[in-house]
Design a protein around this ligand. Structure first.
Ligand SMILES: C[S@@+](CC[C@H](N)C(=O)[O-])C[C@H]1O[C@@H](n2cnc3c(N)ncnc32)[C@H](O)[C@@H]1O
Length: 219
């Protein structure tokens, strides 16, 4: 999607992807990655997700990247975190203890920003891209993630012809075909979540599979 799409969504507060609570899949599967609390964790396309608070509470330093300034400001104000802001190349860097968010385009985020990362968490980021842009995003993510970093990826799959994304359908085949060059991939969990998603039910989508993967960046 083009940046204007997301800026318009944030301006109109049309942020149905945002959860008011920590994602239950993160709570269940994050411990299975076996990352030490001292690991720094990258959250691409972070929005204002509360999942970053969960990661910080686990002891991690969190580094996020988010295009929209309102999203970044709301993250810190919603969570009552005092924030400092400095320019960092093409991005603005917003920091509070344990959390640094780079506001700007992930495609121009320099690798220095994530050089100390050993973990990552992709929820509603890979699936935010239409197929035509998804490979470029996956390559950029791989470039930003240092070797041996371990991450959690959450995807959704459904018959794409039934509704327009985002979120876009990402199949298990797509993950294996396009991520295997850069990551080892283990499917941790997969289940049909159609009943929990009225937007999909109302549009007649026949099935909706949510999957959780453990990825390890290859050396
Ligand atoms: C579907 S939302 C997911 C947000 C978050 N991961 C969550 O789970 O709530 C996708 C987010 O990516 C941001 N975004 C879109 N394109 C981006 C880009 N090129 N660089 C950085 N962030 C981007 C959007 O502003 C939006 O907040």
């Amino acid at each position: 999607m083009q940046p204007s799409f997301w800026h318009e969504k944030w301006a109109a507060a049309q942020i149905g992807f945002h959860l008011d609570a920590v994602n239950p899949l993160l709570i269940t599967y994050w411990p299975k990655l076996g990352l030490s609390p001292s690991s720094q964790v990258f959250v691409p396309l972070c929005g204002k997700t509360k999942d970053m608070c969960f990661l910080a509470e686990k002891g991690h330093e969190v580094v996020g990247c988010e295009l929209n300034e309102q999203a970044v400001s709301q993250f810190f104000s919603d969570n009552q975190l005092a924030v400092s802001q400095v320019a960092s190349g093409e991005h603005q860097s917003f920091s509070a203890p344990q959390i640094t968010l780079y506001q700007g385009d992930i495609f121009t985020l320099p690798t220095e920003a994530t050089a100390s990362v050993n973990g990552f968490y992709d929820r509603a980021a890979l699936i935010a891209w239409p197929e035509s842009m998804r490979v470029d995003y996956a390559k950029k993510l791989a470039e930003l993630i240092p070797p041996k970093s371990i991450g959690l990826l959450i995807t959704l799959d459904y018959p794409q012809e039934t509704i327009k994304g985002p979120p876009f359908a990402v199949s298990d085949d797509w993950v294996k075909t396009h991520l295997a060059a850069d990551f080892t991939i283990e499917l941790l969990h997969s289940e049909d979540v159609l009943d929990d998603n009225p937007r999909f039910v109302n549009k007649g989508v026949p099935w909706l599979t949510e999957s959780v993967y453990r990825l390890v960046k290859k050396a």
